[in-house]
Design a protein around this ligand. Sequence first.
Ligand code: C5P
Length: 398
Amino acid sequence: MIAGKQVLLIVGGGIAAYKALELVRLLHKAGASVVPVLTRAGAEFVTPLSLSALAGARIYSELFDLTDEAEMGHIQLSRSADLVVVAPATADLMAKMAAGLSNDLASTLLLATDKRVLIAPAMNVRMWEHPATRRNLAALTGDGVQVVGPNAGEMACGEYGPGRMAEPEEILTAIEAALGAGPLRGRHVVVTSGPTHEPIDPVRYIANRSSGAQGAAIAAALVALGARVSFVTGPASVPPPQGVDVLRVETAQEMLAAVEAALPADAAVFAAAVADWRVANAAGQKVKKDGSGRAPALEFAENPDILATVSKMETGRPKLVVGFAAETQDVVAHATAKRARKGCDWIVANDVSAGTGIMGGTENAVTLISDGGAEEWPRMAKQAVARRLAERIAEALA
Ligand code: C5P
C-alpha cells in the first residue's frame, strides 16, 4: 500500500504531461500525497492550476521563485518525499540528470535528493533511440534510477515506435513497487529468457532467433509488482531489465544449473527458447577443413528439458510453473498436450505462423492454458502481455 506516502512528482515538458494529471488522480485515490513540481517547459503543456488543484497542494515551479526558500528550501523539498517521480521525463531532463546539471528547480531537486528516483521517459522515437539518449539512460540506470516505459506505439508527432510515456496505471504500479508495496513483494520468481548457444567447437555454435524480448518484459513486469527476480538469460539481443538478478548462461545445461541454483522460488516462468539438442561431439579445437571435401559429422545429444525438470521436482517445486508454447497450427490442442506432458501449471501459447507478425514483432496474441481451460487474450503489446501475466501470477500466489 502506498497510502500515507509522499511522492515528489516532477512534470517535464512534453505532450505526455497531460497524463501526469491522471497519475496525480490515481496517486490520490491510492492515498498517497503528491508534491508537484512543474518545469518551465512542462507549464507549456499543463497549467499550474490544474496540477495543483488535482494534487491538492501548492505547486513548485522555479528555483528562484521558491517564495519560501526559508520555509521549504529545495534541499528539504527533495528529501521530504518518499520517492521522486519524473513523468514525463523528456530527453532534455534525462540529459540534465545524467550530466548532474542543476540549473533549474527540477534538476536541482534531482541532484539534491537522497531518495529513490523513478522516471517515465517520453519523447519522439528518434530522440529515444539516439545514441546520446541511450548513453544517458545507461548512466541513469547505472546510478540506480528506476525506469518505467516508454511503450511502443503511435506518437503524437505521427511516428511509430518506442517513446510513448507509460500509461498512468503502469506508472502507479512502478511507484508501488519502488515503494516496496507491490503484490509480489517478498516473492521470488525465476525467469528464463533468450536463446541458448550450443557449441560445435570453440568458435562456432548452434543458436536460434529468440531476442529475449518477451522474457525481459515479463521479468520487468514482475519486478514492477515488487518481486525479486532471478533472470537466467542466454545470449539475448535485448538487455536484461533493471532491478533483476542477472544470471548469464550460454548452453541449455548451464541454464538448468543456473535455474536449480536460483531455487527455491515461489514461481518460475520459462520463456527461454532452449535448444532441444546439443552437439555431443563438440570439438575442443576449431574444426578445420581436411581437404577431403567431407563435411564433419555432428552427433547430437538431447538437452535437459528445464521446464519439465522443474515441473516434476518432488521437493522444492515452485508453487507455480509457467511454460511457453510457440505453435504454428492447432495452438490450443498442442499447447494443452504440452502442458500435460511437461507437468507445468500454465502454458502461455501463441501462434507464430507466418503472417501473424508476432515473431520479432512488438505485439503478441496469446492463449493462457491452465487447469481451468484455455483463455484467449486479445492481441496487445508484448509489455502488456507481460504485465497481465505478472498480475495473474500475483493473484495465483496471493
Ligand atoms: O517443447 P517446447 O520447446 O516447445 O516447449 C517450450 C517450453 O519449454 C518453453 O517454456 C521453454 O522455455 C521450455 N523448454 C525448456 N527446456 C528445454 C526446452 C524447452 O525449459 N530444453
